[in-house]
Design a protein around this ligand. Structure first.
Ligand code: COA
Length: 252
C-alpha cells in the first residue's frame, strides 16, 4: 500500500448511540464531511445559514466509524452501519420491498450485512491517495464485526463507483442509477462479498487489518442491542496513549 506520513493516525469509534450529539469527534466529523460534500457550492444544503458546514446524519449514531487524521486534523472517514440495528440509507432509497428483494438476491440476512457510507477524503489530502486504505480498513473492520456482505449506495459522476468496483464492489443486476438531487449525483447500489474479496484488494484489507489490530485472534463477539460489537479491545488498543471511552486511536 502507499506510504504516508508518520503524522497520519487512524481512529476507530464504536456506535455513539443516542447520546452521541455532544461528542466532540462527531461534531468535528459532521463539519469535515459537510465541507467536502458542500464541494464549493455544488451541494448547498451542507452549509448552514451561519456559514458553517454540517453533515448531521442520524445514522452516525448506529455506525462504526473509521477516521483518519493528519497531525490531529480530521482528513478522512468512512463508516459501517450493521443492518441488524437500523434501517440504512439504501433501504430508505429503494423502499423496504426492493431492499428485501436485494437481500434475497444476495442470499443473505440482515444480521450478516452492513451498509458502508460517508467515504470521504479532504481534497487537500487527495495526493496521498488515502481513499483505498480507508475502504480496506472498513472492509477489515466489517469482517472483524462478523459481517459477510457490505452494501453501498454510491455516486457515479466523480468515478466513485468505478473505484469501488475495482475494490470488489458489484452492481446489482436490474438496479438502474437513481438521480439524487441532495448529492447532485446518479447513485448506484454496489455490494461487496467480504468472504470472497477481489484478489487485488485482499492484500490491502489484510494490511489494514494488521494496522488496526483487527485480527482473527481478537474476534468481535455478540453483545446486547442485537449486533456484534467488540468484547475485548484489539490487541494494542488498550496500550494506546489516547484511548477514550468507545474509541481508539492508533499510530499510523
Ligand atoms: C471518493 C474519495 C473518498 C476518494 O478518495 P481519494 O483519496 O481520491 O482516493 P484514492 O486516490 O485513494 O483512490 C482510490 C484509488 O484506489 C484504486 N483502487 C481501488 N481498488 C484497487 C485495487 N484493488 N487495487 C489497486 N488499486 C485500487 C482506485 O482505482 C483509485 O485509483 P485511481 O484514481 O488511479 O483509479 C474522495 O474523492 C472524496 O472524498 N470525494 C468526495 C466525497 C465522495 O464523493 N465520497 C464518495 C461517496 S460514494
Amino acid at each position: 500500500m502507499n506510504n504516508y506520513p508518520d503524522s497520519f493516525t487512524w481512529e476507530l469509534h464504536f456506535p455513539p448511540n443516542e447520546d452521541g450529539h455532544g461528542q466532540e469527534w462527531l461534531m468535528e466529523l459532521s463539519k469535515m464531511r459537510g465541507r467536502v460534500l458542500h464541494a464549493g457550492g455544488r451541494r448547498p444544503q451542507f452549509r448552514q445559514t451561519d456559514g458553517s458546514f454540517s453533515d448531521h446524519d442520524p445514522l452516525d449514531q448506529w455506525a462504526y466509524h473509521l477516521l483518519l487524521r493528519s497531525s490531529g486534523c480530521l482528513i478522512g472517514c468512512i463508516r459501517v452501519v450493521p443492518l441488524s440495528v437500523q434501517i440504512c440509507g439504501t433501504e430508505s432509497l429503494l423502499g423496504h420491498q426492493r431492499f428485501e428483494q436485494l437481500l434475497v438476491h444476495l442470499g443473505t440476512t440482515r444480521d450478516r450485512v452492513g451498509e458502508v457510507g460517508r467515504w470521504i477524503v479532504a481534497p487537500e489530502y487527495s495526493r496521498f491517495r488515502m481513499g483505498l486504505p480507508l475502504i480496506a480498513g472498513l472492509g477489515a473492520l466489517a469482517k472483524w464485526l462478523g459481517l459477510e456482505t457490505l452494501i453501498a449506495t454510491v455516486g457515479t459522476r466523480d468515478g466513485q463507483a468505478k473505484t469501488l468496483m475495482r475494490a470488489g464492489g458489484r452492481q446489482v443486476p436490474g438496479f438502474v442509477p437513481i438521480k439524487c438531487q441532495k448529492y447532485d449525483d446518479d447513485l448506484v447500489v454496489l455490494t461487496f462479498d467480504l468472504l470472497h474479496p477481489a484478489e487485488s484488494f485482499e492484500p490491502f484489507a489484510v494490511e489494514m487489518a494488521a494496522r488496526l489490530s483487527l485480527d482473527e485472534q481478537n474476534e468481535a463477539r455478540e453483545l446486547p442491542y442485537g449486533f456484534p460489537m467488540q468484547m475485548t479491545r484489539p490487541r494494542d488498543w488498550a496500550s494506546g496513549n489516547d484511548v477514550c471511552a468507545g474509541s481508539v486511536v492508533l499510530k499510523a
